[in-house]
Design a protein around this ligand. Structure first.
Ligand SMILES: Cc1ncc(COP(=O)(O)O)c(C=O)c1O
Length: 341
């Protein structure tokens, strides 16, 4: 029979990793009374991972507490990161690299000639060395990065190409196992029960699932897909044993632990749907919560739709995980300022 572990045991497993303090934690757990009333369904709470600090906040601030020491302790002095135009990861890695005095080179796919706004504007202000690729260069972005890495290494730099390593793919789960411990304490303090967590189907949610399962908490999880190009098998599920080993956990996560909703993506990542636009406006007009158009707006749209369809029991306590992404709001100013809302 499976044996749950204690909070102290779980915390010790996290503490074996070298760490620097970056994120502002614990992040608040707040009630959304007006949205809950407006929708007339379950009570909705929000875990404010958008308030972690680090150049406009987001889930990644927790990751870099572990990732930066991992990179620095191996003697690397330069990071190369390959990301997409809207990437929040690109921005938050830039901020963490600055704090840790690492040179940061950002290769942004499909970004040449596009608006210097949102995350890209912040990347620029943070002083990232930017390589904005056009569509055909983007297909060979890995080759582009490897050439750059070789040139830098010939000049004596020690270069960490993020996409070449396993740790960056699982570190987000480590940070969110700890967020799970934090959340458990907040849930108890506020005397909440029947917990149903809504968030982006990704690593942060898996971290929370790991915390819930290993501590025997029975939280329920719904993960919302935001990107068809990143199949969840490759993105998260294939790493369930890697994280189990890295954290030396008695139990890991599986597909069945997560109810995946993939009907809210619309045309694809980076193309905002009417439902997401409405969700962003509704969360803002009710409880003054700002969601982003790529990630948290999609989760909010899914949550609103599921409540309106009576698919969530009124006795449940919904906790919406706000994972950040706010600079992207400004990249979508035209779509979001449509006056019909
Ligand atoms: C705002 C936001 N939320 C959620 C995610 C998903 O991240 P993860 O898989 O680490 O949970 C991302 C990824 O970049 C993001 O930028």
């Amino acid at each position: 029979m499976k044996k749950d572990i204690t909070i102290e045991e779980l915390q010790l497993k996290i503490e074996k990793f070298p760490r620097i303090k970056i994120a502002h934690t614990p992040t608040p757990l707040e009630f959304m009374p007006n949205l809950s009333k407006n929708l007339g369904g379950p009570k909705i709470w929000i875990k404010r991972e958008d308030m972690t600090g680090l150049a406009y906040g987001g889930n990644k601030a927790r990751h870099y507490e572990f990732e930066m020491p991992e990179i620095k302790n191996q003697g690397y002095d330069t990071i190369i990161n390959i990301m997409d135009y809207h990437s929040n990861n690109a921005r938050m890695t830039a901020a963490a690299a600055n704090k840790c005095e690492l040179k940061y080179i950002l290769i942004l796919k499909n970004a040449q000639g596009r608006k210097v706004q949102g995350n890209l504007l912040v990347d620029k202000i943070l002083g990232s060395e930017l390589h904005l690729l056009n569509e055909s260069q983007s297909i060979k972005a890995n080759e582009y990065a490897l050439n750059l890495k070789n040139d830098l290494e010939k000049n004596g730099r020690k270069v960490y190409l993020l996409q070449d390593h396993l740790f960056p793919r699982i570190v987000g789960m480590i940070g969110f196992v700890e967020a799970g411990i934090e959340l458990k304490n907040q849930i108890e303090e506020k005397k909440l029960s029947n917990i149903h967590i809504y968030g982006v189907a990704g690593r942060s949610l898996c971290g929370l699932i790991l915390a819930s399962k290993n501590l025997g908490l029975n939280w329920k999880f719904t993960g919302v897909t935001v990107n068809y190009d990143m199949p969840l098998d490759d993105y998260i599920f294939r790493h369930n044993n890697d994280i189990k080993e890295a954290l030396d956990l008695p139990i890991t996560f599986y597909e069945k632990d997560l109810n995946v909703l993939d009907q809210y993506v619309g045309e694809g990542y980076g193309i905002v749907t009417q439902e997401v636009i409405e969700a962003i406006h509704l969360a803002a007009k009710t409880d003054a919560i700002i969601c982003d158009p790529n990630y948290t707006g999609t989760v909010m749209a899914a949550l609103i739709d599921q409540i309106r369809k009576n698919n969530i029991n009124e006795n449940e306590t919904v906790i919406f995980i706000h994972t950040g992404g706010l600079p992207a709001l400004f990249t979508f100013s035209e779509e979001l300022s449509d006056l019909s809302f």
